[in-house]
Design a binder for this molecule. Sequence first.
Ligand code: 13P
Length: 269
Amino acid sequence: MRETIVAGNWKMNTTIADAMAIVGGVLRRNDEFGRVKVIFLPPSIWLVPIKERYRSAMLGAQNIYSHLRGPYTGELSVEMLHAIAKYVLVGHSERRTVFGEDHALINAKLKTVLQANLRPILAVGEEAKLNIGKKEKRDILALVKKSELGRSLVSATRGLSHSQWSKMVLAYEPVWAIGSGQAASGNYANSIIGALRAMVVQLANDKVATNIPILYGGSVSRYTAPDFAQFENIDGVLVGNASLRVAEFSNIIETFALARARRKNENSA
Ligand code: 13P
């Protein structure tokens, strides 16, 4: 069974007090962690104090630079993350649009993360909703492949070995759904994620595609999470705003833990 992951991208939010309260609160409220991998992506300045206080918290960085050290004012290197964070978010649409990150830089960052033995969470997503209507699977695949969504997956992962691919987590984050309060429907996300998984067969191989966790992100809340959790192809969520609220984030974790438990029972029945 593939991993189930619920990750919280806090973006540029929280004070140190908020950071401790969120991580502490979520860890206390959830005994579901055996089944669901919970990853916190706080602002990088809070990574060390969180790790010092909560050894068991699984942490990721929201950004790194593609070089290991040197004259890059304001940047953070993968070498600085060792023993603190295991995951790094790469390719988020806010990095692409606000900070002008292009395909080449995203590809370089991805390789730097993998070479450091950290796991990238690669985010890809389309600017405007794709018109998948009632199209067949193979037509959706063709549509995704020629869209900017498909092209950004291809260029971000150019030159990866199969063993590097096997460390990746993908996050499908439609740009129009991020921060808009308009999440994609579970059906839509499931269809696109199916197409992305089919692309991974072609870019890597069957085994990688079967095992790679693909998350959905974009206005996930306690209300929209169940719509995603019902699909076996959607391996979890990357949550923005709602990950800043302990009760709500915990509720989303629980939704995925229950869905996973249900699926496991069905598979073993
Ligand atoms: P929201 O959940 O706030 O829409 O943000 C999603 C996101 O960008 C996660 O990386």
